[in-house]
Every structure is written in structure tokens, then in C-alpha cells.
Design a protein around this ligand. Structure first.
Ligand code: PDD
Length: 286
């Protein structure tokens, strides 16, 4: 089955998919994106991702490149044309191709690209069974992290620091010593008294769609939840820690910097929430 990309209204062979050299996504990172998990033919949390896409575009004074219903049809069609049941769908919208000037171009159509990538297993079982390691690094990003912008250079550098250190993710830390979020995930801890803690969603973090669903699931399960910042020190001393994102769902963290978390094994709350989210991903076909 040949891989297909969607580019500006056309389904094209992946190897021939192209955007213009003066696309503003390439020249200015003037665009936004979404990553949606595909699980057994379901677009996981699709509604939430499309709603956040609308918001990100609005914040950049852009409009949806297609009506919402049509966009969702194209997303589904991409799954079928590529015969991918389980994997990731990537969607990027930029302000379009225009002569390189900083101000917005007039009457330029946006660029819309959608690709899908198959995955044999969603997340390797060893990561889930053993948990992952994160390192902590300074947060050097701009002040509008609530927009899912394609300007990801700080996260690229941060993730590479994690890889170089043999870790899976880097948690970014603000000037006051509080964790903001991972380079491509939200950050969570469970305190020694069993309370689930995650940072409040303002302009300092991306309000993860997985984060929002996990908050709902945690409340439904009767867990105590606090929406507040936590320090690196609090994380080092936590009973459990985990990260959430569309591409990993819930991943247990068993080491932060050089400190084992809890007893050094994935904790029960994170595991329960992971199972609950998998249930939601399997059941919620939008
Ligand atoms: N990243 N925070 C940041 C900075 C992110 O880039 C992401 C997602 C999240 C989690 O959001 P969500 O639950 O909606 O995926 C939080 C995606 C997966 C990526 O860039 O690959």
C-alpha cells in the first residue's frame, strides 16, 4: 500500500508531496499543528484536537482551512487511504506561501498538510513496564506556549539533551524552579499523600488534550487532584510521576534526573489512568 499525503486539497504520493519554498511555515514558523493518535481505526480525542486547532489558529488570526466537518472527513480518509489503523496523524496549517515579508500577506491561501504514520505497537511495552527517565532543563520558550505552534526549536534542543543523557523526555523548569511541562508532553506527579498534581493551563503550557481527558478520568475515579505548579524538588520526592501526550497516552516516570521516583517502579495511579485512557481511546470513535 503506497503512502499518501494530503496537501492543499489533494491526496498525493508521499514521496512527491511538497510545499512551496516560500511557505511561511518554513520561513517564519508561522503555523500551527496537531498530533492525533489512531488506535484500531479510532481518531483518539479527535474533537478535542480539532477544537484546540481552531483556537490556535484564532490566536494567530487565521481561520480553519476547511470547515470542521470536512476536515474530520479528510482525516478519516487519510487513515483509510494509507490503511493505517494504529499510528499517528499529523496535521499542519501555515499562513501559506508568499514573498518573504514579516507582515501578514493579503489574500494568501493557508497551507494544509496531513500525514499519517503507522505504528506496530502504540508504545513499546518495556517503557510502560519499566517506566521512563526524564531530565530537568530550563524552560527557554516564548510566552504563548498555549498555542500549538510549529516553532519547536527549544523542544528539539531539549529532547536532544534528554536523548544524549539516555532519558526519554526533558521536563522544562521556569525561573522560579517550577516544572512547566515536557518538551512534547504534560507533567504529573502523585504526592506522598496520594494527591495527583498537574500544572494549571495558562500561557505557560500547552493544554494537552490527553491532560484534559486524564483530569476527567481521575475525577471520575475519585482521585484527589490539585491543579497547581510543583517544583523539581517536589517531583524528586513524589510517590509517582508520569507524562501524558497524544503519542504516548500515559507513560510512567521512574527516574527524574538521578533520583528514583517512589520505589523506582511504575506507580498504581498512573497505571490505572493509563488503562482508563486506553479504554477511552478504544471506545470513543468520533
Ligand atoms: N506534543 N505539551 C507540549 C509542549 C506538547 O508538544 C504536547 C504534545 C503536549 C501534550 O498534548 P496532547 O495531550 O494534546 O498531545 C503537551 C505532541 C504529541 C507532539 O508534538 O508530538
Amino acid at each position: 500500500m503506497a503512502r499518501v499525503a494530503y496537501v492543499n486539497g489533494r491526496y498525493v504520493p508521499f514521496a512527491q508531496a511538497k510545499v512551496h519554498v516560500e511557505d511561511r511555515g518554513f520561513q517564519f514558523a508561522d503555523g500551527v499543528y496537531e498530533v492525533v493518535a489512531l488506535k484500531d481505526g479510532n481518531l483518539v480525542d479527535c474533537d478535542g484536537h480539532v477544537t484546540r486547532l481552531e483556537r490556535s489558529l484564532r490566536e494567530l488570526r487565521m481561520v480553519m482551512p476547511l470547515p470542521r466537518r470536512v476536515l474530520e472527513l479528510v482525516m478519516r480518509e487519510m487513515m483509510h487511504r494509507n490503511q493505517v489503523n494504529t499510528g499517528l496523524l499529523y496535521l499542519q496549517v501555515t499562513r501559506g506561501a508568499a514573498r518573504r515579508d514579516f507582515g501578514f500577506p493579503r489574500r494568501t491561501a493557508p497551507t494544509l498538510v496531513i500525514t499519517v504514520r503507522p505504528k506496530r505497537v502504540f508504545v513499546p511495552e518495556t517503557l510502560v513496564d519499566q517506566g521512563i527517565r526524564v531530565i530537568t532543563i530550563p524552560d527557554i520558550r516564548w510566552k504563548r506556549r498555549d498555542i500549538k505552534s510549529v516553532a519547536l526549536l527549544p523542544q528539539v534542543l531539549g529532547k536532544q539533551r534528554a536523548i544524549d543523557a539516555g532519558a526519554f523526555e526533558a521536563w522544562q523548569v521556569d525561573d522560579h524552579g517550577y516544572v512547566t511541562e515536557g518538551c512534547s508532553s504534560n507533567a504529573w506527579i502523585v504526592t506522598t499523600d496520594g494527591t495527583l498534581v498537574t500544572r494549571h493551563a495558562d500561557n505557560e503550557i500547552l493544554n494537552g488534550i490527553t491532560r484534559l481527558s486524564i483530569l476527567d478520568l481521575a475525577k471520575a475515579a475519585g482521585f484527589g487532584v490539585q491543579i497547581r505548579p510543583f517544583t523539581v524538588e517536589e517531583a524528586h520526592n513524589a510517590r509517582e510521576a508520569f507524562m501524558t501526550s497524544a503519542s504516548t497516552f500515559v507513560l510512567p516516570i521512574t527516574r527524574i534526573d538521578d533520583r528514583p521516583i517512589g520505589d523506582g517502579r511504575p506507580g498504581p495511579l498512573g497505571q490505572q489512568l493509563r488503562q482508563a485512557y486506553i479504554g477511552l481511546a478504544d471506545g470513543r470513535s468520533t
